[in-house]
Design a protein around this ligand. Structure first.
Ligand code: FAD
Length: 492
């Protein structure tokens, strides 16, 4: 039985742990926080239960496939509810698009906004379905060590039909003219951390996820997925050591021998690092063993950081849905202030999650649980005064749209921003979502899943393949564990 040490217990670390344990290895997960889950941790205050990070459950098939490897299903660990509407986009006080779960209702909505557009939507979504299948079956589960992995006829046919060399913005504008429909169709790729004009149109596969598969919610919050994976890992014999910080990966004769931690030395035959890649290389490895130097990271396009407020409100707010996107300001200017001229946004777009609309367990009766998120550039100077200024502006905009005053009814409030990401996750420049999925940072062009100089050191998580997001993190952990397993088999 080989021993594998996994650094970090986010989704990628937990996924790698489950897969490695299933292959018969002894797995230790070392997590610096007292709670597993990484960016998807949760906390409770005054009867409110807040998910700290992810809130959108998209691509349910990826979660299903993950649990199916172990003869399990998601329902063994949590109960999913499909949201209807999936989300709403607020363009102005009386200009709101609520996106229905039902396909014919979606057609009607498109026709109302832009007559004739439902026919084009049909073609758009058929192409998105093709890209989704191509992506899932032929692209994302590869370790991306070499372009040769993509050199089969089927894969090439798939890529050819996936508009890899067109950008999302140009592609969407071929189909729709109304600005609101364009924003709606571009919004899902904002999850991938770059402007729609910089992301390959292959990623309109996300529209298939958003508009065809739909938006789900695990009752009890996203933390239930973490708890489910943690239970599964423990059933498989994984030992999760929380409150244990890894300080160094020990290397001898180009082999990792184990990790030095705040709880002593863990000897291992192989290491999988799921903490932020930059931190692992720059802080835990001697310079001679790093894949990349600081200049490499400085030249990368990072997905944004964000300013978050977790809020408990002592009343119900009628016009909010579970997921609310406030697009009632200049989209291009905000995107410019994230990527082109990094600065605090002058008039931000933002997102409000209100899970208490679906789930009574996340707020006391008659109250509302709110999560406000403003995407911001990485590396910004982060001060309390700056955060506070945005808080007032966001609340005013929600009050304006809902027509309800609730600032005086806020009984709990906590903010989280760039400095917290840097401190809590050792995140490069306080990034929230890892590396952007631009064409030049896709597949083989992403930071490699394997260390080139230390044969038994692998990386996983949102800074390597396939990219940011919970479903990609599950896939990333699985690929890293498969590669680790292959390495250990060959060594025998
Ligand atoms: C605010 C926010 C909202 C998001 N919304 C969504 C969403 O709605 N849907 C979606 O699909 N995705 C969303 N994402 C993205 C998704 O949450 C992440 O891509 C995913 O959770 C990353 O998982 P990971 O395992 O790569 O990294 P992490 O979750 O960061 O896990 C890395 C772990 O390593 C630990 N660690 C770091 N250094 C050390 C060390 N030296 N020693 C020990 N442990 C260490 C950290 O504590 C952490 O637990 C969101 C992310 C954020 C931040």
């Amino acid at each position: 039985m080989s021993r594998i040490a996994i650094i970090g217990s986010g989704f990628s670390g937990l996924a790698a742990a489950c897969c490695a344990a299933k292959s018969g290895h002894k797995v230790d997960v070392l997590e610096q926080h007292e709670q597993a889950g990484g960016r998807a941790r949760s906390f409770s205050e005054q009867g409110f239960l807040f998910d700290m990070g992810p809130s959108w459950y998209w691509m349910p098939d990826v979660f299903d496939d993950f649990f199916a490897q172990f003869g399990k299903q998601t329902s063994d660990y949590y109960t999913l509810k499909k949201l209807d509407p999936g989300f709403q986009i607020i363009f102005g006080r009386d200009d709101v698009l609520a996106i229905p779960a039902d396909r014919s209702a979606l057609d009607e909505l498109f026709e109302r906004v832009e007559p004739g557009s439902s026919r084009r939507l049909k073609v758009f979504l058929e192409e998105a379905a093709f890209k989704y299948r191509t992506g899932m079956q032929q692209l994302v589960y590869k370790p991306a060590f070499s372009w040769l992995e993509y050199a089969s006829l089927d894969v090439l046919k798939g890529i050819a039909g996936s508009h890899l060399f067109t950008d999302v913005h140009s592609y969407v504008c071929r189909y729709f003219r109304d600005d609101r429909l364009i924003d709606l169709m571009e919004f899902p790729v904002l999850f991938l951390g770059a402007m729609p004009s910089k992301i390959p149109a292959l990623y309109t596969l996300m529209n298939y996820a958003a508009l065809v598969q739909g938006t789900y919610y695990p009752m009890g919050g996203m933390g239930r997925i973490v708890e489910g994976m943690q239970s599964l890992a423990e059933e498989l014999g994984v030992q999760i050591h929380t409150g244990v910080r890894v300080d160094k990966i020990d290397v001898e004769s180009k082999k990792a021998k184990g990790v030095q931690t705040s709880a002593g030395f863990f000897a291992s035959d192989l290491v999988i690092a799921s903490a932020d890649y930059h931190h692992v290389e720059q802080k835990l490895l001697d310079e001679a063993y790093r894949n990349y130097d600081e200049d490499y990271w400085a030249g990368k396009t990072f997905a944004p950081s964000c300013l978050i407020f977790y809020i408990g409100v002592n009343k119900k707010i009628r016009k909010l849905q579970h997921h609310n996107l406030y697009f009632d300001s200049d989209f291009d200017r905000h995107v410019d202030e994230i990527y082109t001229k990094p600065q605090w946004p002058s008039d931000p777009l933002f997102y409000v999650c209100c899970p208490s609309k679906t789930d009574d367990s996340v707020a006391p009766e008659g109250m509302e649980n709110l999560f406000l998120l403003v995407p911001v550039a990485t590396g910004l100077e982060d001060t309390e005064a700056q955060r506070e200024q945005y808080f007032d502006r966001l609340i005013s905009r929600i009050e304006e749209h809902t027509g309800e005053r609730f600032k005086e009814d806020i009984i709990f409030k906590k903010s989280y921003c760039v400095d917290d990401f840097a401190r809590d996750y050792n995140a490069y420049k306080g990034n929230a979502y890892g590396l952007a999925n631009t064409l030049r940072q896709t597949a083989v062009l992403k930071p490699k899943l394997k260390n080139r100089k230390v044969a038994n050191l692998f990386y996983t998580g949102q800074l390597t393949v396939p990219g940011p997001g919970v479903p990609p993190a599950l896939i990333s952990g699985r690929i890293a564990a498969e590669q680790a397993n292959q390495y250990l088999k060959n060594k025998r």
